[in-house]
Design a protein around this ligand. Structure first.
Ligand code: GZL
Length: 338
């Protein structure tokens, strides 16, 4: 074999060996996505391994929230282990157990529902792994099972929605008939947004919730349930109160297909303040959206690093939020980050 061929073969062997080494170093764990940020870790300097159990990918809000938390963790140089539970509690419990088995340094967790997590959170505590509740809370007496809760005040969001409606329709004589699209049954935002709305409405007996059903925070289900509301009470509906914008956007389609004008014949109230809501308001099809800010990733990572460095944190840290109306939509739409 002449020299030229030999050196070509040697070169090929070296290239494939280098490629083989590169492939080995980028391997990831089984069920969860795992990605390393830059070398070194965050303000504390220590590189952490953080398990993030996310509810799912059910809405624009959720997608923005996932991106914000993932980016904040990797930008700070920590290693991320991610699990999307597809809105199933059993998947979240499995993911948390997997993070415990992998001995992560911290667990970030947005519980799909408020109950049923006490056992697995006790396992995390026994393993000495701090848990940070992000976005949604749990209904558990023993608050030593988590370090802190970072998220919105959902009861206040419900109050804001109701106060806007009272102001908007207080001059209306007679009854104002409201249909309500609830979020996921048993979830903190669904329970609390209903509570806050009804707390305000209790002082205004002419405002009546005539139908209320879960649309599970998705556009598809929101459309389906609104179709049923229209079938039973179509010409008797004045307002839709939807626990998130995605269900409201689905309901807008149902209202148009039914032959009514959303935003005019039926006032549309949403929560989240996602881009889709601003687009619907700019088109005159939605009246108001209460902000629920998903972009708390950097604040969350700061809290994790502060805890790891020994700082004492408040048990509940709320995110500042606003409310946006139809007349503001066109101007604000280009500025929206989610
Ligand atoms: C609220 C969050 C809710 C959003 C929905 O913080 O948990 O879940 O309002 C999402 O869009 O599905």
């Amino acid at each position: 074999m002449n020299k030229q061929v030999k050196s070509k073969i040697m070169l090929l062997i070296m290239i494939s060996f280098v490629l083989f080494l590169a492939a080995c170093s980028s391997g990831s764990t089984g069920g969860e996505a795992s990605s390393n940020g830059n070398k070194g870790g965050g303000n504390s300097g220590e590189k952490l391994v953080i398990g993030f159990s996310q509810v799912g990918a059910e809405s624009e809000w959720r997608t923005a929230n996932t991106e914000s938390v993932k980016k904040a963790i990797t930008d700070a140089g920590h290693e991320l282990k991610f699990s999307d539970a597809q809105q199933k509690q059993e998947n979240q419990i499995k993911a948390i157990r997997s993070f415990i088995a992998q001995k992560v340094d911290a667990i970030v967790f947005s519980p799909v529902v408020e109950t049923g997590f006490e056992t697995v959170l006790k396992e995390a505590k026994t393993a000495g792994i701090p848990v940070f509740l992000a976005d949604r809370a749990v209904d558990i007496e023993d608050d030593s099972l988590w370090v802190t809760f970072l998220g919105s005040d959902f009861v206040e969001e419900g109050r804001k929605a109701a106060n806007w409606l009272i102001e908007e329709m207080e001059d209306v004589d007679g009854e104002v008939n409201i249909v309500e699209l609830q979020g996921t049954v048993g979830s903190a935002p669904a329970i609390d947004r209903k509570e806050g709305f009804e707390e305000v409405m209790a002082d205004h007996p002419n405002f009546k919730i005539i139908k209320s059903q879960s649309g599970d925070f998705t556009r598809a289900k929101g459309k389906e349930v609104m179709e049923a509301f229209l079938k039973s009470d179509g010409d008797n509906i004045d307002v839709l109160y939807s626990h998130n914008d995605d269900m409201a956007i689905g309901a807008i389609q149902a209202i148009e297909e039914y032959g009514l004008k959303p935003g005019e014949d039926i006032k549309i109230i949403g929560v989240d303040a996602v881009k889709g809501a601003f687009e619907a308001m700019a088109a005159g099809k939605m009246n108001v959206t209460v902000e629920c800010n998903p972009l708390f990733g950097p604040q969350l990572v700061d809290l994790i690093e502060a805890h790891i460095s020994g700082e004492k944190l408040e048990k509940r840290i709320s995110v500042e939020e606003s409310i946006y109306t139809m007349d503001q939509a066109e101007e604000l739409l280009p500025t929206r980050k989610y």
